[in-house]
Design a binder for this molecule. Structure first.
Ligand SMILES: *[C@@H]1O[C@H](CO)[C@@H](O)[C@H](O)[C@H]1NC(C)=O
Ligand SMILES: *[C@@H]1O[C@H](CO)[C@@H](O)[C@H](O)[C@H]1NC(C)=O
Ligand SMILES: *[C@@H]1O[C@H](CO)[C@@H](O)[C@H](O)[C@H]1NC(C)=O
Ligand SMILES: *[C@@H]1O[C@H](CO)[C@@H](O)[C@H](O)[C@H]1NC(C)=O
Ligand SMILES: *[C@@H]1O[C@H](CO)[C@@H](O)[C@H](O)[C@H]1NC(C)=O
Ligand SMILES: *[C@@H]1O[C@H](CO)[C@@H](O)[C@H](O)[C@H]1NC(C)=O
Ligand SMILES: *[C@@H]1O[C@H](CO)[C@@H](O)[C@H](O)[C@H]1NC(C)=O
Length: 305
């Protein structure tokens, strides 16, 4: 038993090394790196995305993870996104200096309330945590959010689909908090609009709850000022499914189930000085420098404890 565990651990380490080796620019992991974001290193990426052209933030119901699992819900967690219209290709790794193309980049990140962020600047607290939080990003969300509710609902999914999806994840991960296990099959109520096998998963590093990216992606290379890429990136809806789970230190009862939340995020503020996306279908864009697009998030909670 012990040696089997050791072998499994060795395999896991090997697996992690392989993954890490593949992403020269993001060697420490902790972030889902999609699309052309793989062509950048973290430092270059972060300096571009630190001055975004558009941003979006939704509140999410999170937990006081500075306390032992299962703790209690707390306000103040947010899920956010930054979009930069101009991440120069010349700054990508192995770029030819003559390259004049540019990428439109998107970063998604979580932020805990400040007192909880503070708790994890302490290494002992990191080593002793009983929490294991899995973040699943849906990479192919729509560019329209029909509900345009501004309150956070994933309006493009039926409420039955949202309920079933959350329950499917709660059921699937009730006995184990291995974020990288096989996902549940997609509930039929979702009608093929989402497919869990496409979800991209990352165990949330507790050092990232200060707003470090959990997901980054970039468009295809385009000319600076390309309105299509900018329009695409600002309209893109990103569903994010969070599993608030535990690790073995929590000594969770056998029949425990994690709390699961689906939120949708989208750009909702165009930064001063940036162009309003050329979006005739979205009348809210007209006229002002700072505008609301649509935001969606579901703050329904499912407790199976
Ligand atoms: C997002 O943009 C804000 C400025 O609006 C910046 O302070 C922050 O560092 C950026 N975060 C990421 C992860 O890019
Ligand atoms: C690009 O320019 C920098 C500074 O001018 C130089 O150090 C680097 O070697 C050049 N890279 C390539 C691939 O030409
Ligand atoms: C670090 O965290 C541990 C465990 O949570 C706690 O006992 C200790 O007091 C903390 N130390 C500091 C300096 O905050
Ligand atoms: C969010 O807005 C939508 C559409 O306006 C509405 O149907 C829904 O009840 C709202 N949900 C919450 C949790 O406020
Ligand atoms: C979060 O903290 C880590 C160090 O723990 C630091 O490297 C990183 O830059 C911080 N990120 C943000 C967005 O503040
Ligand atoms: C914009 O989005 C459309 C639809 O997803 C896609 O076909 C197109 O390639 C995107 N254009 C750019 C420049 O990203
Ligand atoms: C994004 O911001 C940069 C720097 O402020 C600006 O040069 C660029 O035109 C902006 N892009 C858009 C699409 O507004």
């Amino acid at each position: 038993m012990y040696s089997l565990l050791k072998a499994m651990r060795a395999l896991l380490v090997l697996d992690l090394c392989t993954t890490v080796g593949a992403l020269a620019g993001w060697p420490e992991g902790g972030t889902i790196v999609a699309g052309n974001a793989v062509r950048f290193d973290r430092q270059t990426w972060e300096s571009s995305l630190a001055q975004p052209n558009a941003t979006g933030t939704v509140p999410v119901s999170g937990f006081d993870i500075s306390q032992r699992w299962p703790s209690q819900e707390v306000d103040g967690w947010t899920l956010s996104l930054n979009v930069s219209s101009d991440v120069p290709e010349s700054q990508s790794m192995n770029a030819d200096n003559a390259t004049t193309g540019t990428f439109t980049g998107t970063s998604i990140f979580f932020k805990a309330p400040e007192n909880i962020q503070g708790a994890f600047t302490n290494h002992t607290a990191l080593d002793e945590t009983t929490w294991k939080i899995c973040v699943n990003v849906v990479p192919n969300g729509p560019q329209e959010d029909q509900s345009a509710a501004g309150n956070g609902t994933c309006g493009f999914l039926s409420s039955q689909c949202v309920t079933d999806l959350q329950q499917a994840y709660a059921d699937k991960f009730s006995g184990s908090q291995d974020c990288y296990g096989t996902p549940p099959s997609t509930p039929s109520s979702c009608g093929g609009i989402v497919d869990t096998s496409n979800f991209q998963t990352q165990q949330l590093p507790l050092t990232s709850i200060n707003g470090t990216e959990v997901f980054v992606t970039a468009s295809a290379s385009h000319e600076a000022g390309d309105e299509t890429a900018w329009n695409n990136a600002t309209r893109q809806v990103w569903p994010v499914l969070t599993v608030w789970g535990w690790n073995t230190r929590a000594q969770a009862p056998q029949d425990s189930s994690p709390q699961v939340q689906l939120s949708c995020i989208r750009a909702n503020t165009v930064e001063p000085g940036s162009d309003n996306p050329p979006s005739s279908a979205e009348p809210t864009f007209r006229g002002a420098a700072v505008l609301a697009l649509g935001i969606a998030s579901v703050t329904t909670w499912y407790t199976y404890l």
